[in-house]
Design a protein around this ligand. Structure first.
Ligand code: FMN
Length: 212
């Protein structure tokens, strides 16, 4: 397969978000890449996209109960054959990083290690680890109780802990990486253009940002 040289690869940012705040990060990542000259599409994980239309992919989702939410995990597994042919980056949001102590950083790194091992065939170029948002008013009663008890015990207050500088600096590092990769596809035996598979979406994992 011949190398296609591109200075600004086409990037798709696919995101799962329960309360919208990870979706806002995905939108910001898309904007920063657009400002740098990339053609960027974005949408919920599971919205169909043609593999022929993208040269690089960013997949983001929150951590829930110690795992990357299922739409993201399923999407990676369902589309391994294509994803192994292009640069792919993952990111997650979590509450663990609300207070970035040594213990919290180690716990977040464990999440990242799990994501890295998600597929034997995909080596993500980077895994962004970001603090998210804790807003009990968005949660139903059961979820609020499930989160309020541990976070209160840890002394963590409600708030928006997203570090936009860290998110933008990660995005710029990806931009440089994608540009270096130049739209080159790794040859994959018998690979044809495919429509990336939709995965079933639990009702609570793909809602649009609440306030948009
Ligand atoms: C049901 C639920 C479970 C969560 N479990 C974890 C967890 O195990 N570890 C963690 O670090 N953060 C956890 N969080 C925090 C979320 O990752 C964080 O609030 C994130 O910003 C939510 O993103 P969203 O608004 O896109 O859904 C949990 C949040 C919810 C709502």
């Amino acid at each position: 397969m011949s190398k296609r040289t591109l200075t600004a690869p086409r990037v798709h940012v696919a995101c799962a978000t329960t309360f919208g705040t990870t979706g806002e990060i995905a939108a910001d990542i898309a904007n920063v890449l657009r400002q740098r000259g990339n053609t960027v599409t974005t949408g919920p994980i599971g919205d169909g996209i043609d593999s022929a239309d993208i040269d690089a992919l960013i997949i983001g989702a929150p951590i829930h109960y110690d795992t990357w939410t299922s739409p993201a995990r399923n999407f990676v597994k369902d589309n391994e054959a294509f994803l192994r042919t292009i640069p792919v980056a993952y990111f997650f949001t979590c509450g663990t990083l609300f207070e970035p102590t040594g213990k919290a950083l180690a716990a977040a790194q464990k999440y990242a290690n799990t994501l890295e091992r998600l597929s034997d065939h995909i080596a993500p170029v980077s895994i962004g680890q970001f603090a998210g948002v804790l807003d009990y008013s968005r949660m139903n009663f059961a979820t609020r109780i499930a989160l309020k008890i541990p976070f209160t015990l840890m002394g963590v207050a409600e708030g928006d802990y997203r570090n936009w500088d860290a998110i933008r600096s990660w995005t710029l590092s990806l931009h440089r990486h994608f540009r270096r990769a130049g739209g080159e596809r790794v040859p994959s035996a018998g690979f044809e253009t495919v429509r990336l598979r939709r995965t079933p979406q639990p009702a609570d994992s793909r809602s649009a940002p609440r306030n948009s």
